[in-house]
Design a protein around this ligand. Sequence first.
Ligand SMILES: C[S@@+](CC[C@H](N)C(=O)[O-])C[C@H]1O[C@@H](n2cnc3c(N)ncnc32)[C@H](O)[C@@H]1O
Length: 225
Amino acid sequence: MTESGARTPEPEYMDDRAEAEAYAAADFSGVNAAFAERLAELAAAIDNAEALDLGTGPADIPIRVARLKPGWRITAVDAAAAMLAIARRNVDAAGLRGRIALVRCDAKRMELPSAAFDVVFSNSILHHITGARDLWTEVARVAKPGALIFFRDLARPASPAAARAIVETYAGGESAILQAEYYRSLLSSYTVAEVRAQLTGAGLRGLTVAMATDRHFDVFGRAAP
Ligand SMILES: C[S@@+](CC[C@H](N)C(=O)[O-])C[C@H]1O[C@@H](n2cnc3c(N)ncnc32)[C@H](O)[C@@H]1O
């Protein structure tokens, strides 16, 4: 990927009911399963854990993770009431109310205790966040020393034309609302270099940031004590 143009931020919270329903109705089963499996792989040695999911959306990912890791309890946060209503429905339908706690809060300033989580994970919150260093600072606060961190997000393409091509390739069959959302998300996302700078600014050491696919990067590793 060549050097990307400037970021065009999109709204942080997905609190519009139609947008939340369109997102929840889309078939992300492949990417969500891949995320949960990669997390389980990274966490192969962690049988029992307090885990935290940031920007949980419809909670499909924590549901998958809870099934792969039966010894984990997961706190799943989102700032959008519209998304949490869908998450509530899905967690109840999965019979996981006892293992997945849903919390409405901003992931940049959570009313959660410090050094409380063995695992902190998130899929696709970062591109929503302006002031991402605050998010990483909060991750560093709530993670136990040595906690496993795993984030996956979109990487900003080199140009609007490149973003359009990605939408066509990977979401050409989705609804117009979802395609528009995906395009905005791509332009709102960060580059690997920007994320490395955010981590340094937040004093979060010991993490690797690397491209995982042609349009995603992963941030993973153990939070340095
Ligand atoms: C693209 S969705 C991803 C949902 C889910 N992680 C998934 O992969 O299916 C991003 C979610 O992050 C939430 N979000 C955005 N900014 C947030 C913030 N500052 N605090 C908490 N949640 C936030 C949005 O409301 C939305 O539900």
